[in-house]
Design a protein around this ligand. Structure first.
Ligand code: ATP
Ligand code: MG
Length: 312
């Protein structure tokens, strides 16, 4: 069973078609990123999936439970961290967590144990006392995440949790997301930061103007648009004449000599080219000391698919 099965979800706000009939499945135990620019429809999708907004059509099944027909059962399995922060500023981090934990039905020893655990995970143990209203944006965001984790949901949805916060908090959030995944939690993560999607995700859907325009692993996405791989070969020594020789067996690839110790290669399906490249080096008498493949990134994929930059 999928953690989330999104079926033809659609939502308009008057003339604005925010979400135009999307289908997605998020597997159990994966970090799945929804990557897209401002206004793509990410938050609208998240709101529908978490039962906060009624779709015009379509449905989302959370571990098999329809968010429209079995709202409570579906919601119980999800922890949602919305884009807007929702904490009580005049309560401490611990008091906030105790309050939200009771709202989630926890009490007694279990409640205080969970509060300790989530504080630890988001690294706020040292700051659990004192008004949370005085927290930095990043700390507030981490408290918000801790709140969503209290009832140990099997699925966590985070909507752009790192926007506008300090680098340390950002690092801590990304690390906690990975820890959660390693503990078996499924993560749906929205972002407009390509680097975050690349670092975190098992799979990524690229969203733009209310549609999913591509979905897969990073490697699949990059492959699909036929981007070229960039291979950097460190060699003992190479000359232009060596490259001319090598180029004969490397049809369709571009070889350049950056300096005497560095050959740069642009190739389609770089991993398949590698053996041919090594053979060519051997035959030419060029000794390879190191190799690095720099794959095309998601920014390029987005650019290819939409004709515009990811960060408008
Ligand atoms: N409650 C609303 N009323 C009217 N229009 C809305 C509402 N919510 C969203 N929209 C519109 O729907 C579109 C998608 O918005 P949404 O917030 O889902 O995008 P997003 O991908 O989350 O963007 P961001 O990265 O800026 O958060 C936008 O054009 C937005 O203005
Ligand atoms: Mg949003």
């Amino acid at each position: 069973m999928e953690a989330i099965q999104i079926q033809n979800l659609t939502k308009s706000f008057k003339a604005i078609q925010a979400v135009r009939g999307i289908d997605l499945s998020i597997r159990q135990g994966e970090i799945f990123s929804l990557l897209g620019p401002n206004g793509a429809g990410k938050s609208t999708t998240i709101s529908m999936v978490s039962g906060l907004l009624t779709p015009d059509s379509g449905d989302a099944l959370i571990f098999g439970r329809s968010i429209r027909k079995e709202t409570i059962q579906a919601q119980m399995q999800v922890g949602v961290v919305p884009q807007e922060i929702a904490i009580y500023a005049d309560l401490s981090a611990r008091q906030n967590l105790m309050f939200w934990g009771r709202m989630a039905g926890l009490s007694g020893k279990l409640l205080s144990r969970r509060v300790d655990e989530v504080l630890e995970l988001v690294e706020l143990t040292d700051r659990q006392r004192g008004d949370s209203g005085k927290f930095s944006g990043g700390m507030k965001r981490r408290l918000n995440i801790a709140i969503a984790l209290l009832h140990q949901p099997a699925l966590i949805i985070l909507d752009e949790p790192t926007v506008g916060i300090d680098p340390q908090s950002r690092r801590k959030i990304l690390d906690s997301v990975k820890v959660l995944r390693d503990q078996g939690t499924t993560i749906l993560y929205t972002t407009h930061y390509m680097e975050e999607a690349q670092e975190l995700s098992d799979r990524i859907a690229i969203m733009d103007e209310g549609r999913i325009i591509a979905c897969g692993t990073q490697a699949e996405l990059v492959q699909r648009v036929g981007e070229q791989d960039h291979i950097v070969l460190k060699v003992a020594e190479a000359k232009e004449s060596d490259l001319a020789q090598m180029a004969k067996s490397l049809n369709g690839s571009i070889l350049t000599l950056k300096d005497e110790q560095t050959i740069e290669v642009l190739a389609h399906k770089g991993r398949e080219v590698l053996p041919v490249l090594f053979t060519a080096c051997n035959q030419t008498g060029v000794k390879v000391t190191a190799v690095e493949i720099q794959e095309a990134n998601l920014e390029m994929v987005f650019l290819q698919l939409t004709g515009k930059a990811l960060r408008d």
